[in-house]
Design a binder for this molecule. Structure first.
Ligand SMILES: [Zn+2]
Length: 344
């Protein structure tokens, strides 16, 4: 790998949080536990990786970034550094939880000791997936911090962590960058799709926008939107369409559906030119908005958000998608008592 003179993996909007981290290090105010939060796609994991390199590198540069060339940096790049442990949900289990055994293993004396004489880094990601026993075990470790150990909790949903854990961590919240900064970074990285539209769809989060620029994802969004429109117009069976919606990751699907419903509400708000999340779908959405009961749509959107805030790994996806699409047919269909399955 190339030398990281100024950690090129760190986009411009992360320079300020980075400077705050560096400042705390230099002032000897570095925490033993860090809670890294912020919306999806603003670079939490990038910052964390850079932090891992910075702390474990043998010869960091003046800005505090890892050199990318020493033995420690090479071990990190290979994902085999013994002093960086990342704990995530139990992959073998279906619960999607981080279990107590994983936390206990970390918290043992052996788990907290650095093998190579420097920092011991423990990343828990996504931290809100810890089940209550795991969170309890972690709390004990946080109450008795081991010197030279940094525990980083990463999550988009910090409110799902116990307050006792949050209060023992220093919180670093990465905000959505300014539109100018985000577009300047995004534009040269996406080809053929307007960067501003992608940034809109990603709620301003540039890394998420970059992910959305993937042609397959864009095609899937088109496909699902068309499906929704056809269900709404009674031209497609909601149950058949629900199966097609399985192609999208649950998080993405929730985000898209939430965005479409939000835009529909904005279009019924009476504003002359509401700012839409999906400006490319304004014409189609306006047709649906014209025959929409805003209160019912608002209730529907709240249901979608509620699911979004829950543990997506435990969803009965197909059932949920069927429920949603039947709701779409009911909300937007020309007649509430119409048999929507008779279409096509
Ligand atoms: Zn290095």
């Amino acid at each position: 790998m190339t030398a990281l003179a100024a950690d090129e993996s760190l986009p411009p909007w992360l320079q300020e949080p980075w400077a705050a981290i560096q400042g705390a290090r230099q002032a000897q105010r570095f925490p033993h536990a860090l809670l890294l939060t912020g919306p999806a796609g603003v670079g939490k994991r990038r910052l964390l990786k850079a932090l891992g390199r910075a702390l474990l590198c043998s010869t960091p540069n003046a800005a505090g970034f890892g050199c990318g060339q020493c033995a420690n940096c090479r071990l990190l790049a290979a994902g085999t550094h013994p002093d960086l442990v990342t704990v995530g949900p139990d992959e073998a289990g279906k619960s999607g939880e981080i279990k107590v055994d994983a936390i206990r293993a970390l918290a043992s004396a052996e788990g907290l000791t650095a093998h190579r004489g420097g920092w011991k880094l423990i990343f828990i990601d996504p931290a809100h997936r810890m089940n209550p026993s795991a969170a309890n075990a972690l709390l004990k470790t946080l109450e008795e911090p081991a010197p030279g150990t940094l525990i980083c909790l990463v999550t988009e949903q910090p409110s799902r962590l116990p307050a006792t854990i949050r209060s023992r961590c220093q919180t670093l919240r990465l905000p959505v960058p300014s539109e100018d900064l985000a577009l300047a970074w995004l534009e040269p990285r996406v080809k053929g799709t307007p960067a501003a539209m992608l940034l809109h769809l990603a709620h301003g989060a540039p890394l998420r926008a970059l992910e959305l620029a993937d042609p397959e994802r864009l095609a899937l969004r088109e496909r699902l939107f068309t499906g929704l429109m056809e269900v709404a117009q009674g031209r497609r069976d909601p149950v058949t369409e629900a199966a097609a919606w399985n192609q999208a990751e649950p998080g993405l699907l929730l985000d898209w559906l939430g965005g479409w419903l939000s835009d529909l509400l904005r279009l019924t708000s009476g504003q002359s030119q509401p700012r839409l999340i999906n400006p490319d779908k304004a014409t189609e959405l306006a047709i649906l908005a014209a025959r929409l009961d805003p209160a019912a749509c608002h209730r529907f959107l709240r249901q979608v958000w509620k699911v979004g805030a829950s543990d997506l790994s435990n969803l009965n996806r197909l059932l949920l998608q069927e429920t949603w699409l039947l709701e779409c047919a009911r909300l937007f269909g020309p007649g509430a008592d119409r048999d929507v399955r008779g279409g096509d």
